[in-house]
Write a protein that binds this ligand. Structure first.
Ligand code: 1GP
Length: 249
């Protein structure tokens, strides 16, 4: 079964899915593997692996260790074309559609596509959108683009609809890792009203209640990174999973 179909099945069964982002730069390999194990037993549905930069050359080894430690789907969430690995199960094949930087719209994808094919990695075509979040996050800075203003849900909805019409499999509403403000519910709701493809939402989500709000607004998958990195406590991970799995609680 393809990873994307597994994700759709999770959405169907649990109401929404919970992804934890592991940035290989933010902890050592042993910690990443331990965190992956914690995530699996606490009810996380998939792990995203990636970062805006890669200061340490441990991308492949981190994924290998995570795969050994748990059986969750491991999906690359690439910060650049350097973040491709045959060790993963799939890759979010991102196009930064909120920006007008040709490199992140199509340039990087042309470089990455043949590599992804040659290692038989499943690409999940994703319209990636930055939503203004109160600070310039690393991902936004590195992209050299402007985010969609947080108080313009109609602009966000039009971008997401364009992604759907271009045949993308999902959209990712991104406030940026460590964002001051997460993506506002009215932006998620507008995107939901205009589109039928799955909506992933992440960046700056700090509490299970906030995560549930995103689901209630229409997000199908919620991502947390920083908060779990800071406090990799199984009870907190489980609280997020329970808040997001609206069909199971
Ligand atoms: C997922 O980049 C985020 O889109 C993760 O954000 O680190 O703020 O949870 P946080």
């Amino acid at each position: 079964m393809k990873v994307f179909d597994t994700l759709l099945a999770i959405r169907e069964k649990r109401g929404a899915g919970y992804f934890v982002l592991i940035d290989p730069d933010k902890q050592d390999i042993q910690h990443a593997a331990k965190l992956a194990k914690t995530c699996e037993s606490a009810g996380v549905d998939a792990l995203l692996i990636g970062g805006s930069l890669l200061l340490a050359n441990v991308f492949d080894d981190t994924i290998k260790a995570i795969k050994k430690a748990c059986s969750l789907p491991v999906i690359i969430f690439p910060g650049s074309t350097k973040q491709i690995s045959r060790q993963a199960d799939a890759i979010l094949f991102l196009s930064l559609i909120s920006g007008r930087n040709p490199e992140s719209l199509i340039g990087g994808q042309v470089v990455a596509a043949p590599i992804i094919k040659s290692i038989n990695l499943e690409p999940i075509s994703t319209g990636y959108m930055f939503i203004e979040s109160g600070t310039v996050t690393s991902a936004l800075f590195m992209s050299d683009t402007r985010p969609i203003p947080w108080e313009k849900p109609d602009i966000a909805a039009a971008h997401a609809l364009a992604a759907q019409y271009l045949g993308m499999q999902c959209v990712y509403l991104e406030a940026g890792s460590g964002a001051k403000n997460s993506v506002p519910s009215q932006v998620i709701a507008a995107v939901r009203r205009y589109t039928t493809i799955p909506v992933i939402c992440g960046g700056g989500i700090r509490t299970p209640d906030e995560a549930r709000e995103k689901v209630m607004a229409g997000a199908n998958f919620v991502v947390t990174g920083t908060i779990i990195e800071k406090d990799p406590n199984p009870a907190l991970v489980k609280a997020f999973a329970d808040a997001i799995h609206v069909k199971e609680s």
